[in-house]
Design a protein around this ligand. Structure first.
Ligand SMILES: [Zn+2]
Ligand SMILES: [Zn+2]
Length: 347
């Protein structure tokens, strides 16, 4: 038997006991080592079950940011074997549609699509039954906790920065300095960003972002935020903005503080946006991207680059709990005041 964490809604956490699964064809059994908590787990599952479609929670073991060691590879596995350290791209797609062939299994619309922790058992458990197609090899230089941070958060931030083609020619504004915003700041610096500004309503998160080196300047997201960002950039704004807040105010700040002809990427999920299209988008000639997680190929590329850059995603983890204390882990993550919250298992 093994333990697994379930999220019945109403901010409750239940730990259940289920049999250890047996890998079938093309599947692996992963002994979990780290499984971090994502803002989406809080927003769409923990508080109440809000999700539809790809975000519908099917009452499974939670956790969509898994990393661990393969203990058994089922028949037909062609790349991985027992003993391999892996992180999991968190969506198993049908494998044959256009989106899956492009590696964006996140966008697969087949009924066969299932995300770990949403529609099939996830990483908050002693073991995870995973598809070989979702395994991303974890290099020795990275810890399992690093791997868990890549499985959704750092992957999502990296995709957004790639979409905006961030380089040394850009000042980058990040609105929302939660774990994804912190990841975006750390990655933007390695990609050469000339200057990085972070904005958030939580003073504690701005302090953490500065301590982790994720931003050069921290701006409280209040009524004076736009003016402060313009002051920091010669009155022109940032060439690139990344919204990781998911709030209407954060998104509008990101767009309004983007320099003319700049690029803005929307990553923070949920809610709506109401804006003056001529004033905010057309006259400043902005390019706006929506960006949803990343592809499995880009996640592999990110892992390679993290080693080259000597960047450790676990830098942003501020809280670690054993699986038996999952309720406390979720309570802390729900407060939204610290960095990344992780459930870690002993080796
Ligand atoms: Zn996530
Ligand atoms: Zn597909």
């Amino acid at each position: 038997m093994m333990r697994g964490v379930y999220l019945p809604g109403g901010r409750r956490v239940r730990i259940g006991e289920v049999p250890v699964p047996v890998p079938g064809h093309g599947q692996v059994l992963v002994a979990m080592r780290a499984s971090t908590i994502c803002g989406s787990d809080i927003r769409a599952i923990y508080r109440e079950h809000l999700g539809h479609g790809a975000e519908a929670y099917a009452g499974v073991i939670a956790g969509h940011e898994p990393s661990g060691e393969i203990v058994e590879a089922g028949p037909g596995c062609r790349r991985v074997r027992a003993g391999d350290r892996v992180l999991l791209y968190h969506i198993a797609g049908c494998g044959v549609c256009r989106d899956c062939r492009a590696g964006y299994m996140i966008s697969c619309t087949s009924p066969a699509r299932a995300a770990y922790g949403w529609q099939r058992d996830g990483g908050h458990a002693d073991f995870l039954l995973a598809e070989e197609s979702t395994c991303v090899p974890l290099p020795e230089a990275l810890s399992h906790l690093d791997g868990a941070c890549v499985a959704c958060g750092f992957g999502t931030a990296y995709e957004a920065l790639c979409r905006a083609a961030v380089s040394g020619r850009d000042a980058v504004l990040i609105t929302g300095m939660g774990p994804v915003g912190m990841a975006a700041g750390l990655l933007a610096r390695k990609m050469g960003a000339a200057f990085i500004v972070g904005a958030d309503v939580a003073e504690s998160r701005l302090e953490l972002a500065q301590r982790f080196g994720a931003v050069d300047a921290a701006v409280p997201a209040d009524g004076a935020a736009l003016e402060r960002i313009l002051d920091l950039t010669g009155g022109l704004g940032c060439e690139v903005s990344i919204d990781c807040s998911g709030s209407a105010a954060g998104r509008l700040l990101a767009l309004r503080a983007t320099r003319r002809w700049g690029r803005s990427v929307m990553v923070g999920e949920g809610g709506r946006l109401d804006l003056d299209v001529s004033q905010v988008l057309i006259h400043p000639s902005l390019t706006v991207h929506g960006s949803w997680v990343t592809s499995v190929a880009r996640m592999e590329e990110l892992v390679d680059n993290l080693v080259r850059w000597q960047l450790r995603p676990e830098t942003i983890v501020t809280h670690r709990f054993p699986i038996g204390e999952a309720a406390e882990a979720y309570r802390v993550a729900d407060e939204g005041l610290g960095g990344k919250v992780a459930i870690v298992m002993p080796d």
